[in-house]
Design a protein around this ligand. Structure first.
Ligand code: P6P
Length: 341
């Protein structure tokens, strides 16, 4: 009888990856484990959100001016609590908090890393049971150890990321993250409560036939963007067919499909959102880091998202991200003078 496939848990995987770097201390692995723990706890609430009084609006708005859902606040509090109690994080920044939050106990002040996150992206989809997710970025702090972390720790460009990824609470719960080595996916095995390696060394297909955008905004796009949408809808492709439009309205879900199946996800600037809608530091940078580790490309139209020098914690950026060929095709229309690479 075939022996059952050996399950490789997230912990085993991160320890194996750490062994490739003799100078590694295991703190990054421990931090990924902490994020995994917080998301497993969030997952339990998400799975039964319809049964407990955790659906609906929290009755406040965040700095983005967006109504906060009860699950947003729960997820945010859980991530802060777990990371504050870990010995691996000096502080956090969150979509739900106006400013960064330094952890001032001695262990935390001597930690090497800071974490930024969108605790529950796509939360407007919670009440309709569509996939939602937690997006996270991990930077090595640039402020001195032994002191509280500072704003500069959270304003580093995406090309300085140490690790980044997401947990998608969907038909299954998956943690997908990248380091500078590779992008890997782990599916939660509920019977043992562990994320287990299910998608090793993920590669984003170079070509894709799916475009993902809130086409309802197209009347507000510039001519280049409108021309690219027309290109996507025309039959002039290798197989003589138009591309397919898929849009869930939850970035984690739309990006997960793009990572696995290929295609392009776009949230361009428009007349209502001059800088785009999605946030650089905890949505676009982590997703671009992950997609580029998988061979794809993340652009803001004039260059790589990872090369943007952040100036504000909650700044926004246009985003064109996914299969390298399709992103470069979009840039031919959107930024004819500049190609990402
Ligand atoms: P729109 C969810 O609110 C979110 O931040 C992303 O998850 C998603 O991609 C985008 O906004 C959806 O925005 O304007 O299409 O509803």
């Amino acid at each position: 009888m075939n022996s059952p496939r050996k399950l490789i848990t997230l912990d085993e995987f991160t320890i194996q990856e750490t062994r490739q770097f003799p100078q590694a201390t295991g703190e990054l692995s421990s931090l990924l484990r902490d994020i995994g723990l917080a998301c497993k706890i969030i997952n339990k609430q998400v799975l039964k959100a319809g049964l407990v009084d955790i659906l609906g609006k929290h009755g406040a708005t965040n700095i983005q001016g967006e109504e906060q859902m009860k699950l947003d606040i729960y997820a945010n509090d859980m991530l802060i609590s777990v990371l504050n109690n870990s010995a691996d994080c000096a502080g956090i920044a969150s979509e739900e908090n106006d400013d960064f939050v330094p952890f001032t106990d001695e262990f935390s002040m001597n930690s090497k890393y800071v974490v930024l996150f969108d605790p529950l992206d796509g939360s407007s989809n919670i009440d309709v049971n569509a996939p939602i997710g937690t997006i996270f970025s991990i930077y090595k702090r640039i402020s001195p150890l032994g002191m509280p972390c500072t704003a500069e720790d959270f304003l580093q460009p995406g090309n300085k990321l140490m690790a980044a990824g997401y947990v998608i609470y969907g038909s299954s719960t998956m943690m997908v993250y990248a380091t500078k080595v590779s992008a890997n996916g782990f599916t939660l095995e509920p019977s043992i409560g562990e994320f287990c390696l299910s998608h090793p060394n993920i590669k984003c297909p170079e070509k894709g036939k799916i475009y993902s955008i809130n086409q309802g905004n197209s009347c507000k796009y510039d001519d280049g963007m409108k021309a690219f949408l027309n290109y996507c809808m025309e039959n002039n492709k290798e197989d003589g067919r138009p591309y397919s439009l898929r849009y869930i309205g939850s970035m984690v879900a739309d990006l997960h499909r793009t990572l696995i199946k290929g295609g392009i996800f776009m949230y361009p600037a428009d007349r209502s959102n001059a800088k785009g809608k999605l946030r650089l530091q905890y949505e676009c940078n982590p997703m671009s880091f992950l997609i580029e580790a998988a061979g794809g490309l993340g652009s803001f139209g004039e260059g790589r998202i990872l090369d943007i020098e952040p100036t504000e914690l909650h700044q926004r950026t246009p985003i064109y991200i996914g299969s390298k060929n399709l992103v470069n095709k979009a840039l031919e229309f959107v930024s004819p003078k500049v190609l990402a690479n």
